[in-house]
Design a protein around this ligand. Structure first.
Ligand code: SF4
Ligand code: SF4
Ligand code: SF4
Length: 278
């Protein structure tokens, strides 16, 4: 009878960001173990396990590189123990990595938090939007932003990019069944993969070329360049074009507020430079 990889992880259909992991080329039993561990991880995609690209790379590192299985901070001791059963090491049980938040007496996991924006202080700079792995923030340039609390995982990734420090974390209290937790995790995973696919699409859509603004966009850009097997010179041009687009966008913004002859000629020169590159 043929074996199948459990769960939702057909490793052939992952976002391009995960291509370097080459999970679909791993032996089936390894793939199964990675999928099993990923199924247990909270899918917060917070990077606190030292894997900024999220839960799946951490699951892969546990199985392939033998990385310690106690590094998922939001998962706490319950997740560490469950992964311990999956990897079946002979070592003594590991203590889960410590969270900044108190342990919830009922779940045994760290206190759950949610982000909220102090809307009166928000300057609408949009910097928090690309930082959110589950697309829980809405808003447009120069307008107040807000967070869909029910979608927020409290991953804290939007806090550092905010230039005016107007995002706070607040504790939430809830008890959910294991089934509901699983459904939530699947939903978060699919929101994250959708987010990654959307970022990749926006970067490769030549009709709507946009500057690379976030770390995630830069990484996806690099992976895309590598997977297209373009030459080093082409890769350098891609990066140079991205930089030019960023400068052009900045100048266009400035000029839309106040005309300036010198900036206008700078913009024309940059546009010509970009046209010569692409
Ligand atoms: S939820 Fe856990 S496994 Fe996922 S990125 Fe955060 S720390 Fe890593
Ligand atoms: S709104 Fe902030 S804390 Fe909430 S999921 Fe998005 S990035 Fe994380
Ligand atoms: S980063 Fe801060 S100021 Fe900028 S849009 Fe987001 S919440 Fe508002």
């Amino acid at each position: 009878m043929s074996q199948t990889v459990p769960n939702l992880l057909p490793f052939v259909e992952l976002p391009i960001l995960f291509k370097p992991l080459a999970l679909d080329q791993q032996p089936l039993d390894i793939q199964q173990k990675i999928a099993q561990i990923n199924e247990v991880l909270p899918q917060t995609q917070c990077g606190l396990c030292d894997h900024p690209d999220g839960c799946l790379p951490y699951a892969a590192a546990i199985v392939i590189n033998g990385e310690p299985h106690n590094k998922c901070v939001p998962g706490g001791q319950p997740v560490t123990d469950t992964i311990g059963q999956i990897v079946q090491t002979n070592n003594p049980p590991l203590i889960a990595a410590k969270s900044n938040w108190e342990t919830d007496a009922i779940t045994g996991r760290p206190q759950e938090m949610r982000a909220i924006i102090r809307e009166a202080d928000c300057i609408g700079c949009t910097k928090c939007i690309p930082a959110c792995p589950v697309d829980a923030i809405i808003g447009t340039g120069k307008h107040m932003h807000t967070i869909f609390t029910e979608l927020c995982t409290g991953c804290e990734l939007c806090i550092a990019p905010c230039p005016v420090d107007c995002i706070d974390l607040v504790p939430i209290s809830r008890q959910i069944s294991a089934d509901i937790r699983q459904i939530e995790q699947h939903d978060l995973q699919s929101r994250y993969y959708h987010h990654l696919n959307r970022v990749a699409d926006s970067l490769t859509d030549s009709r709507h070329a946009k500057p690379v603004v976030s770390m995630m966009e830069a990484k996806i850009n690099n992976v895309a360049a590598q997977s297209l097997d373009i030459s080093e010179a082409d890769a350098k041009s891609t990066i140079a074009a991205a930089k030019l687009r960023t400068k052009i966008k900045k100048l266009e913004k400035q000029l839309s507020v106040r005309p300036n002859a010198q900036k206008q000629s700078e913009l024309t020169a940059l546009q010509a430079e970009l046209a010569a590159l692409v």
